[in-house]
Structure formats: structure tokens, C-alpha cells
Write a protein of this length. Structure first.
Length: 314
């Protein structure tokens, strides 16, 4: 693809994600944790539009409050565009306009989706023609969740979450996402988990580290292959949930509320604070969304799995 004319734009859409399962190893010498997670991309999207420009800039709108997002070189989408430009030797820039729907600092990978969509959009805009593997390599340099936002679907992530292998999921799963008013810092949640493990050394509990390298339970893969929501509900797990709940105790009450209102199960997604409730059917998901909304909780109905970052129009 050739570089677009000055009045043309590229529009790419990338999904948010839910961590259906997450096991977290102890911190290594570098402070990072190995994880094993089952990702599912869901139909709550980020839309990135790019135009040719002399510089690389970004602006935000959307259904979430974007007023606190940085627009300087610390922004992940800016980092993605600059990394691609350096790698491909592109002399020009791009104007990025991002419409956000994924909660910010919500454990659903919204920033990672922005970065993945930016890579795909700028690759098309600049005509760099990088292979999918090349883009995946750049994505892994940007953050652990960025490669999955590129691929979408359902996948197992290991290492820091960026080493992906596809997981077969039959049919569609229906989710209601309870979106908190305030975010949680991912590093803070990991630090809290480390602190809990130190406090409870030798005591079994939800803070317990895996005995060896973290792995995704086979029950999760079985439930996904079967397309069985009830079976998947029994297999949902997140080691970070206990830490997120200690930092934001209201999350425990929210999970209880959703399950009492008909959810098969509720789980904190990633580092939180978004809670993902699994419903048996689309109709039951809508009923749950209504019940949570009546309790003054912002709730969104979504389904998964869905595609990763892809071009919507050029």
C-alpha cells in the first residue's frame, strides 16, 4: 500500500480483553513476574484514525473520561508510531485521533489496544508493508498485552503475557462489564500481591504462588473448546484479584451483587478494577446489565471472542 494522500485517513479498530484465567509467578530479579493467562478479546473497542502529518501527535475522545490521558511521548500510541517510524525509516509523521470505549486503567488493555491499532494504521498509512510477525515483534517491545490486541480471538499468554498460542473457543460467550469510576495502577496491584504473599508465607489462600512455572488450568481450555459458559464460569481465576480487592474492597461487594443478580460468575479482569460477569445467554446478559445499571453501576454488554486490530477503512 502506498502512502495515503494528505486528505485520506486510515481507520483501525482494536478490542479490549478479558483475562479469563491468570496465574502469577513470584517476582524475578528484574522485578517482573512470569504469568500464564487465558485472554479473550471482547466487543468493546478502541478506534484509531490516522492522517499524514509532519509530526506524530495524538488526541482523544470517547465514552470514557480521557481528560487525564497524556498526549506526549509517554503515551503508548505515540510510542507505537515512533517505534514503527524508526524501524521502517519513515521520515514523516502522523496525526492520531483515538476514540476510546475501553475503561482507562481498568484491566482490559485499552492502552495496549491503542498501540496495536496504531501499529496497523501507521503501517498502512506509510506503506511500510511490515509482515504480521514484524508487527508482533514491535508490539512485544511496547507492552505485554499489545501482541494479543493485534491477534484477538482467544489465546494463552505466557512469559509476561506476550508469548501467545491460540486457544480454540467454540461459539460466543456473553459478558457484562462493570466499569469502575476510578482505575487501578497495574504495578500497584502486583506490589500488593507480592506484599500479601510475604504476609502469608506458608499459608494456603488466594495469594498463594504457583509451585512451579505458572500454567493455565486444563479446565479452562476444555470449557472454551466446548463453548460451555457454565463450565467456564467454574474455571475462571485471577491471582491478581485478591490484591485488587484489598486495594479496592468495594470490588468484593460488586462481584457478590452481580452473581446474586444472575451472573454465572464474576472475575476482576487483569489488574482491575473492571469486573467481568459471565452470563449464560445474551438475554441473561442484558437482564444483568439492566440490574447493575439500576444499582447505579456503569455496565456494558459485550461478547467474545472477536478479531484483533484490523483496518476498517482506508
Amino acid at each position: 500500500m502506498t502512502i495515503a494522500a494528505a486528505d485520506e485517513s486510515v481507520h483501525v479498530r482494536a478490542p479490549g480483553k478479558i483475562n479469563l484465567f491468570m496465574r502469577v509467578g513470584d517476582a524475578g530479579a528484574d522485578g517482573y513476574h512470569d504469568v500464564a493467562t487465558a485472554y479473550q478479546a471482547v466487543s468493546l473497542y478502541e478506534d484509531v484514525r490516522v492522517w499524514p502529518d509532519d509530526r506524530i501527535t495524538v488526541s482523544f475522545t470517547g465514552t470514557v473520561d480521557t481528560s487525564g490521558l497524556p498526549t506526549d511521548s509517554s503515551n503508548l500510541a505515540i510510542k507505537a508510531a515512533k517505534l514503527l517510524a524508526r524501524t521502517a525509516g519513515v521520515p514523516g509523521g502522523a496525526r492520531l485521533e483515538i476514540t476510546k470505549h475501553v475503561p482507562i486503567a481498568g484491566g482490559m488493555g485499552g492502552g495496549s489496544a491503542d498501540a496495536a491499532a496504531t501499529l496497523v494504521a501507521c503501517d498502512a498509512l506509510w506503506g511500510t508493508a511490515l509482515s504480521r510477525d514484524d508487527l508482533h515483534g514491535l508490539a512485544a517491545k511496547l507492552g505485554a498485552d499489545v501482541p494479543f490486541a493485534l491477534t484477538g480471538g482467544t489465546a494463552i499468554g505466557t512469559g509476561r503475557g506476550d508469548r501467545l498460542s491460540p486457544a480454540l473457543a467454540t461459539g460466543s460467550f456473553h459478558w457484562v462489564l462493570a466499569i469502575a469510576e476510578h482505575g487501578l495502577s497495574t504495578p500497584a496491584v502486583y506490589r500488593e500481591l507480592d506484599a500479601l504473599r510475604l504476609e502469608h508465607v506458608g499459608e494456603p489462600g488466594p495469594w498463594t504462588a504457583p509451585g512451579g512455572p505458572p500454567a493455565v488450568d486444563h479446565s479452562v481450555l476444555q470449557a472454551l473448546r466446548a463453548g460451555d459458559a457454565a463450565q467456564l464460569a467454574g474455571a475462571l481465576h485471577n491471582d491478581l484479584q485478591v490484591a485488587a480487592v484489598r486495594l479496592a474492597p468495594e470490588l468484593a461487594e460488586l462481584i457478590d451483587l452481580g452473581e446474586q443478580a444472575g451472573a454465572l460468575a464474576g472475575i476482576v479482569s487483569g489488574s482491575g478494577p473492571t469486573v467481568a460477569f459471565l452470563a449464560a445467554t445474551s438475554e441473561e446478559a442484558i437482564a444483568l446489565q439492566v440490574a447493575l445499571s439500576a444499582a447505579r453501576i456503569k455496565a456494558v454488554h459485550a461478547h467474545g471472542p472477536v478479531h484483533g486490530a484490523r483496518i476498517m477503512s482506508v
